[in-house]
Design a protein. Structure first.
Length: 137
């Protein structure tokens, strides 16, 4: 995986953000295990609950194209600070992958790389549901 390429794609996606309320554009680039890259930007709505984050936009695009195995995601937000994914996005990550890398970048040269376990410890996964239903039997 080329982290620089993933960050560049996230920066490109950030330019497409629709953020008339927060004026806080976020971009994401998701690398699938098959090697494809899906991008996403945040898309706001006057009804704030209908807003969608960049990370989920990228994941939903990938899933809608049949991809469900993810290698890494790069996220860019504020160029002066590291913008971490929100809790809802982290929960969506773990729905599909417990071992993907999460790259949080300010720009092409400044980034931090984490495991999903580091950004969402003690996560609730589909495996937890399987274990729960097997106990009921």
């Amino acid at each position: 995986m080329n982290i620089d390429e993933l960050i560049k794609k996230a920066l490109e996606a950030q330019k497409q953000a629709y953020v008339p309320y927060s004026r806080f554009p976020v971009g994401a680039a998701l690398l699938t295990k098959s090697g494809k890259i899906y991008t996403g930007c945040n898309i706001e709505n006057a009804s704030f609950g209908a807003t969608n984050c960049a990370e989920r936009t990228a994941i939903f695009k990938a899933v809608s194209e049949g991809e469900k195995a993810f290698e890494a995601i790069a996220v860019v937000g504020d160029p002066k600070a590291f913008t971490a994914p929100c809790g809802i996005c982290r929960q969506v990550f773990v729905e599909f992958s417990t071992d993907m890398k999460v790259i949080i970048a300010k720009n092409e040269n400044e980034y931090k790389e984490y495991t999903l376990e580091q950004v969402l410890p003690l996560s609730f996964t589909p495996k937890d549901l399987e274990e729960s239903s097997s106990k009921e039997g």
